[in-house]
Design a protein around this ligand. Structure first.
Ligand SMILES: NC(=O)c1ccc[n+]([C@@H]2O[C@H](COP(=O)([O-])OP(=O)(O)OC[C@H]3O[C@@H](n4cnc5c(N)ncnc54)[C@H](OP(=O)(O)O)[C@@H]3O)[C@@H](O)[C@H]2O)c1
Length: 317
């Protein structure tokens, strides 16, 4: 986990960091060099692996390094979005409104010598959502969302949903389940400030059998999201193999790599329960392209996104 002493030396080429848990295994390590060529950045990417809920000093060390080293251009943050901002808030010169509201940063960049933090996930999770949930879905089905995990992604997805203008694009109910009560309380405070008719329910639980029973009570068509990191950051799944997904429902695993136990549990119910299964690849693409655009100050046009998407797809297959 501790990077080598060389990690902290000033960079000789423009460097973007990926702050995560198992960064070497991410597809971005192969995708980024291709994107750097397409975008003519002459840049490299380096991973920084931190323990889940790492000590504040670890987060401060990496943010200090980015801030002080001229060729350290910025970073994408996953999993640590909330904890990192809690530990380093005073080091940022500017936090965008989403970062302030959601209490998280997924993008660290620099502008005119200032350190800038953005919360990209309310945008990138929404772009990913719209790629597989058709307009009017929630009005047509009156279905609910059950989100396992109340971390940065759960905050972002709920903020995105609350801001959807058409009532038919908002679920009536959004149930959040989390292992620690603290994250549920923080989420509740954020959601209390949202002007929305979505009904939020908060459940403190980490017993997969209880999650199965909550899931079994959902109306047909409901979506179950695995936002716990289980199946990638930690082993297992938040539900058991006996858990029944909603009939004609949607299972969204936020990750695209790892054991993905939750996703495989859902895949076994595609035929008999009509479950639709989505992984985190599109979310990954939107998140990374948005943050690369912030870090290198690019205009991410739809045409450019398509080109980067194509280059990434060639590596995935
Ligand atoms: N595809 C993509 O591009 C993409 C984008 C964003 C996120 N992700 C992935 O999505 C996952 C979640 O991201 P995040 O940023 O939201 O992480 P996070 O802030 O660490 O949140 C994870 C939450 O899940 C809770 N949790 C863990 N195990 C649980 C269990 N068994 N039951 C209930 N709650 C549990 C944790 O609770 P505690 O408070 O007890 O720790 C924590 O609040 C990560 O693996 C991340 O890599 C992927």
């Amino acid at each position: 986990m501790t990077p080598s002493p060389d990690f902290w030396k000033p960079r000789t080429v423009p460097t973007m960091y990926f702050i995560g848990v198992t960064t070497a295994k991410s597809s971005i390590m192969k995708v980024f060099p291709k994107w750097s060529d397409i975008l003519k950045l002459g840049a490299q990417i380096e991973g920084y692996d931190a323990l889940i809920h790492a000590p504040a000093e670890d987060y401060r060390a990496i943010v200090r390094h980015i801030k002080e080293d001229p060729l350290s251009m910025g970073a994408l943050v996953t999993t640590h979005k909330i904890d990192l901002l809690d530990a380093t808030r005073d080091m940022f010169d500017y936090l965008d409104p989403h970062a302030q509201f959601c209490g998280e940063v997924s993008s660290i960049s620099k502008l005119d010598g200032k350190l800038v933090g953005h919360a990209i996930d309310p945008i990138s999770s929404g772009l990913a959502w719209e790629a597989f949930v058709e307009p009017g879905y929630w009005g047509r089905t009156a279905a609910h969302v059950m989100c396992l995990g109340a971390g940065g992604s759960a905050v972002a997805i709920s903020v995105y949903l609350a801001n959807r203008p058409d009532p038919a694009d908002r679920p009536r109910k959004f149930i959040v389940v989390n292992r620690s009560p603290g994250r549920l309380e923080s989420l509740q405070k954020i959601q209390a400030q949202l002007k929305t008719d979505i009904e939020f329910e908060y459940i403190h639980n980490q017993d997969p059998i209880v999650n199965d029973s909550i899931m079994s009570a959902l109306p047909a068509g409901s979506m179950v999201i695995n936002a716990t990191g289980m199946g990638k950051d930690t082993p297992g799944s938040p539900i058991t193999d006996k858990g029944l997904f909603p009939e004609q429902g949607i299972a969204w695993e936020l990750n695209y790599r790892g054991e993905l136990d939750f996703m495989h549990q859902a895949e076994r119910q595609v035929e008999n329960r009509g479950v639709r299964v989505e992984d985190g690849w599109i979310y990954f693409l939107h998140g990374w392209t948005q943050v690369v655009a912030k870090v290198f100050h690019l205009n991410l046009t739809p045409e450019l996104f398509t080109e980067l998407d194509r280059a990434a797809a060639s590596i995935r297959s």
